[in-house]
Ligand binder design. Sequence first.
Ligand code: FAD
Length: 330
Amino acid sequence: TSQSINFSSALGRVNSRALLSSLVYVEHKNKIIDPASLNTLYAATKFGGPVSALVAGSDAQQVAAQVAQLEGVEKVIVANNPVFDHERAEIMAPLLAAVQKNTNATHVLASHSSVGKRILPRFAALIDSQQISDIIEIQNESTFVRPIYAGNALETVQSSDQIKVITVRSTAFPQVATKDSASPIEDTSAPEVSAKSNWVGEEVIKGDRPDLASAKIVVSGGRAVKSVEGFEIIQKLADKLGGAVGASRAAVDAGYCDNSLQVGQTGKIVAPNLYIAIGISGAIQHLAGMKDSKVIVAINKDADSPIFQVADYGLVGDLFTIVPELTEKI
Ligand code: FAD
């Protein structure tokens, strides 16, 4: 009867709440926790149950000690083994599956970063769960809000999977703070994994500028900079402000800067305190990556450019005149 169905589903909800617990995959590089993982840990605390954090790789112990001092983390699980370096999805997914099984976690979370986007779908497939990607809000333990159509619509998704596999949009949640005490750190015996791929090497673009995804100030240039030399105008202003450099896809495609700088639907999602868009028209695909910035400044020679519709401050004029003058005056 409908009555008995209601009763059993209500009972299921109560039981699932009592047993609810989260497992967060913590990203790290050079012994530093990836800032986005701090936001993901915060999101995990919203479920109310205990939060465990998984840290994997060689020397993972050092990062684990930092994670143990984060607010809301009840336990850190360490897989201290060089096999987990470079976060290859086919190696990390079985590890995550083994740890999820040991911890009985009902919610497994990672950042919606290139790493999280690589590992979690494989893990979700291993445990036969449907991943919920890029969440910006947690309504309850099974209901989440996520942007679709480049952020033009918000979708509310309810999952009936026993284990929820979730990637988190870091800009939508604050970061966990540190605490005075340290939570326990536990070793996990890594499962036997045979990788079909080998890590050969990586080319990392080194720079003194802050990381684009977590910078407080971002200065971005668009097609209008016209050249690699023109893009230096953007870099100089960013350096003066101690900010990160971003770009529109048109600037990236034209080869004015590296594609790791792309902001937007197919680039990075940023929400700094200050975003300065220079010579960028404001196409929806670009807005999808920056419209949640606290203060938006647009510099564009066309007063009717759509970027001015989202800008808090606008400067109409030629960037080649305005930006060097601005940089000098700051
Ligand atoms: P334009 O649209 O050409 O704008 C240049 C602007 O500069 C104009 O507003 C012009 O008035 C102004 N200007 C020109 N000269 C000057 C001057 N001297 N001084 C001041 N202003 C000047 N785009 C992204 O940015 N990020 C994405 O992630 C992204 N993903 C996409 C995904 C898909 C599936 C598709 C179809 C498109 C995507 N795009 C993305 C592309 C997007 O649609 C736009 O084409 C792109 O953002 C335009 O870049 P722009 O604003 O630099 O160039």
